[in-house]
Design a protein around this ligand. Structure first.
Ligand code: UD1
Length: 337
């Protein structure tokens, strides 16, 4: 059984990926510092797959411990690197935390992996690397514009560091997966998103409002130049995102990659407005959502959705789930909390 290290494997996308990897027959080792996740996620993974991954509570900012850990697990085939801070607003207030957490840790990991004969690395990137793109849908060739936040910058810098590492070492293979807006939960409702405090993202805010945890959703602006005036995003089911990681790993395993650094968009290719997401929630939950239109949120891009041709034809991956499927799973998960 091939051994895969998943950093941040108890987080939202990480935990769904651990499930997908175990279901595909990989042996998984998880490191997580539990800063934005719960140890109970292991129970959910066990309930779905009848297996628990090996787990170590490790903060990758500890360079020595990270080195020791990777030496102990010298036999891993590859690393899927999720561990990072991800709140855009927080990154503006505390940029150094973001650079330390997202950039230093990446360097420590790469330094160790670079010593191996053959290294395989999958990086959790984001559509945020494109900023406000001029042309829709966004292809992987769209220019990487100046980042809008320290968080976005760490994803751009991360990709650049990995790319340079790949250039310097042809035995270092990496794939960056640029997620659009992952939403939803595992269809079993055993794992899902666990936002700490008040959710910043749309879907957990909607489901919490639907269940009465929050009183009302604020829709940030309805005078954008879109069909209904609200912003457009490409919402993608987290299980589809998780499956893409397994396919990317198999691509490296089977030596199918064309270059030793590749980047792929992970989206559905369809943009949905905030009001369409609300309507989808109302359809699947049979509930009316209490919401009001408020001022625009600073820094929001108007429209972002993916051109998924490269992921479809080169990676051989395609999103299977619809917006309603994703909202349905998010709502079912919310009701278990
Ligand atoms: C943000 C980040 C992105 C990150 C993603 C997932 C930016 C520019 N991008 O995406 O890098 O990968 O989160 O963590 O911040 N909305 C409301 N009311 C709410 C919350 C959101 O109307 O209470 C609207 C927003 O204005 C936006 C849409 O819903 O139009 C989606 O927002 P959100 O879920 O926060 O994701 P992004 O901002 O697209």
């Amino acid at each position: 059984m091939l051994k895969i290290l998943v950093t941040g494997g108890l987080g939202y996308i990480g935990s769904h990926t651990v499930v997908a990897l175990q279901e595909a027959g990989f042996k998984v080792v998880v490191v997580d510092n539990l800063s934005n996740s719960s140890i109970k996620v292991l129970d959910g993974i066990l309930a779905i797959t009848s297996q628990v991954p090996e787990f170590e509570n490790l903060d990758l900012r500890d360079k020595l411990k990270t080195q020791q850990f990777l030496k102990k697990h010298y036999d891993i085939f590859g690393v899927i690197h999720f561990a990072a801070s991800k709140a855009v607003g927080e990154s503006v207030g505390n940029p150094l935390l973001y650079y330390e957490n997202n950039v230093n840790t990446l360097i420590y990991l790469l330094q160790e992996l670079n010593k191996k004969k053959n290294a395989n690395f999958i990086f959790s990137s984001s559509c945020t690397v494109y900023g406000q793109a001029d042309v829709m849908p966004i292809t992987e060739e769209s220019p990487i514009k100046l980042a809008e936040s320290p968080y976005g910058n760490t994803k751009q810098i991360g990709e650049a560091i990995i790319k340079d590492t790949c250039k310097s070492n042809l035995n270092f293979n990496a794939i960056a997966l640029r997620y659009f807006n992952p939403i939803g939960a595992h269809t079993s409702s055993k794992i899902g998103e666990l936002p700490i405090g008040v959710p910043q993202n749309l879907v957990p805010y909607i489901t919490q409002t639907g269940s009465g945890v929050r009183e009302q959703l604020s829709v940030f602006g309805d005078t954008y130049s879109t069909l209904d005036g609200t912003c457009i995003r490409d919402y993608i089911h987290v299980v589809d995102v998780a499956n893409a990681h397994v396919i990317a790993l198999q691509r490296l395993l089977n030596n199918e990659h064309q270059y030793n650094f590749e980047a792929f968009n992970l989206g559905t290719g369809t943009g949905s407005s905030v009001l369409e997401v609300i309507q989808s929630f109302e359809r699947v939950s049979n509930k009316k959502l209490n919401y009001k239109i408020v001022d625009k949120r600073k820094g929001d891009v108007v429209t972002a959705y993916a051109d998924t041709n490269k992921a479809n034809s080169v990676l051989g991956w395609k999103a299977k789930y619809s917006l309603d499927d994703a909202m349905d799973s998010a709502w079912k998960w919310q009701q278990t909390l």
